[in-house]
Design a protein. Structure first.
Length: 211
């Protein structure tokens, strides 16, 4: 299975990627991780990417696609892969197609904006050990401390204004990718507004893993 995961921030892409990685025995490929690895290893494309980043510029699509293609050519991706966080624009999707990378399915996780805001503004984490909490789904212990005794905080980027801006950027820049792949008959959409187990079941059905 060669899969692209699509969905707004807070739709559950990371959770589903983890489940599908175990089910299929394939790698989840994150663009950020790939870029950092290419720069760390000093590949030609990695050096080029570092040059743009050091200058405070966005890495051009052709450089990112080149790094993605290099990563997908490695042995651990021969049986398939899950792309999380790429492509982010139609230009990147077109460049990926032009580079010869074949995609089987695009899994679009659908969730209402207000549900996302509730999910993400409710997130909390331990400053010491990183254990995640949620004011609704996994409440902080009664003493206000993590089980490790650490302080529980809200991440700076989990405020409502930042979240709504990220959702807006997704709708404007990334969501149009759905139409691009729909024209190729590759999109399967799943409602991810329910629990993790409900979404897991819907994803398995949409991808034909269960009837």
């Amino acid at each position: 299975m060669k899969l692209i995961l699509l969905g707004p921030p807070g739709a559950g892409k990371g959770t589903q990627a983890e489940v599908l990685t175990k089910q299929f025995g394939i790698e989840t490929i994150s663009t950020g991780v790939m870029l950092r690895a290419a720069m760390r290893e000093g590949t030609e494309l990695g050096k080029l990417a570092k040059q743009y980043i050091d200058e405070g510029k966005l890495v051009p699509d052709d450089v990112v696609v080149g790094i993605v293609k290099d990563r997908l050519s490695q042995d651990d991706c021969k049986n398939g892969f899950i792309l999380d966080g790429f492509p982010r624009t139609i230009a990147q999707a077109e460049a990926l197609t032009a580079s010869g990378v074949e995609i089987d399915k695009v899994l679009s996780l659908e969730v209402d904006d207000e549900v996302i805001v509730e999910r993400l503004t409710g997130r909390r984490e331990c400053k010491a050990c990183g254990t995640p909490y949620h004011i609704k789904n996994k409440p902080v212990p009664a003493n206000g401390k993590c089980v490790c005794g650490g302080e529980i905080i809200q991440r700076a980027d989990d405020n409502e204004e930042t979240i709504r801006n990220r959702i807006k950027v997704y709708h404007e820049q990334t969501e149009p990718i759905k139409e691009y792949y729909e024209s190729q008959g590759k999109v399967v959409s799943v409602d991810s507004s329910g629990s993790v187990d409900q979404t897991n079941a819907a994803v398995s059905k949409a991808l034909g893993l269960v009837k």
